[in-house]
Design a protein around this ligand. Structure first.
Ligand SMILES: CSC[C@H]1O[C@H](OP(=O)(O)O)[C@H](O)[C@@H]1O
Ligand SMILES: Nc1ncnc2[nH]cnc12
Length: 289
């Protein structure tokens, strides 16, 4: 099977460079309009698709990002591996601004977003104990290190609703009681939807600040966040440039089963399934429906 690498660019990452045959294209989805057109092309002989999560010019707030349309659009383009690149605050002194954290766990505190492609008329429950793909995450680690980035392998990302940053009480609770390592506003429900769509998903969280728990900082300083974002965006593009050589143009089945997540997940009896919903699930779940 051909590898198609999908990159979802977060705050500060609105394009990637170096693609051959690059073109921004509309992708229509039964789940709504994606955040923007998708930039497609080839890099090192591997097909690539890039989607800016907030849209070029940063037009969508975290609660309003069309997460389902975005994942569905990437699936429709044949994407096999999704790398989410996101800005985050850090709860750990050693995870410093400018460092990358290859996230391997999430705590989902979001509450105002559609979180599943499934529902009444086609109920499914995918496994999510291990929400990111170890094979894809390892490639991100290797590529980011080769690009000169300080990388922390593994970390728990707390997804908050936003758009306001956390209170001091929340920040301390997430860090001291809940054991979160980084905080952001967008990786949920994105990671859940990627699993439902049987896509390998890795999350590269780029630290921009220490949130507000840190004794040396009071509020999150947005000016400092933006300054750090710019440098992080360059590092992210260097990491992306190294991925085709590591992942290769041909793809073996995921050893962790990400690409077979729906094998045992659908509960609704075939004769009770809603044809309208099944129609919308053509790309996401067509393999098993
Ligand atoms: C720029 S600070 C807050 C903003 O940045 C992060 O976005 P993304 O995850 O898309 O990089 C964070 O989640 C907030 O949306
Ligand atoms: N401190 C923080 N909290 C939530 N999202 C963020 N994105 C970047 N920094 C953040």
């Amino acid at each position: 099977m051909d590898t198609v690498i999908g990159i979802i660019g977060g705050s500060g990452v609105y394009e990637i460079d170096g693609l051959e045959e690059a073109r921004w294209q509309d992708v229509s989805s039964p789940w709504g309009t994606p955040s923007d057109q998708v930039l497609t092309g080839r890099l090192g002989g591997v097909n690539m698709a890039f989607l800016p999560r907030h849209g070029r010019g940063h037009v969508h707030a975290p609660s309003d990002v069309p997460y389902r349309a975005n994942i569905d659009a990437l699936k429709r383009l044949g994407v096999t591996d999704v790398i989410s690149v996101s800005a985050c605050g850090s709860f750990r002194e050693d995870m410093a601004p400018g460092d990358f954290v290859i996230v391997d766990q999430f705590i989902d505190r979001t509450f105002a977003r559609a979180k599943s492609f499934f529902g009444s008329g086609c109920v499914a429950h995918v496994g999510f104990a291990h929400p990111t793909c170890p094979r894809l995450s390892a490639a991100c680690t290797v590529s980011a290190r080769a690009a000169g980035v300080t990388v922390h392998e593994g970390g728990t990302y707390l997804a908050m609703e936003g758009p306001q940053f956390s209170t001091l009480a929340e920040s301390r609770m997430y860090r001291d009681q809940w054991g979160a390592d980084v905080i952001g506003m967008t990786n949920m429900p994105e990671a859940k939807l990627a699993r439902e769509a049987e896509l390998c998903y890795a999350s590269v969280a780029m630290v921009t600040d220490y949130d507000c728990w840190h004794p040396d900082h009071d509020e999150v300083d947005v000016a400092q966040v933006i300054a750090t974002l710019t440098g992080n965006g360059d590092k992210a593009r260097r990491m992306v440039a190294g991925l085709p050589a590591l992942l290769g143009a041909n793809r073996a089945p995921c050893p962790h089963g990400c690409d077979r997540a729906l094998d045992m997940a659908i509960m609704t009896a075939p004769d009770k399934r809603d044809p309208t919903l099944l129609g919308r699930l053509d790309a996401v779940a067509g393999r098993v429906l």
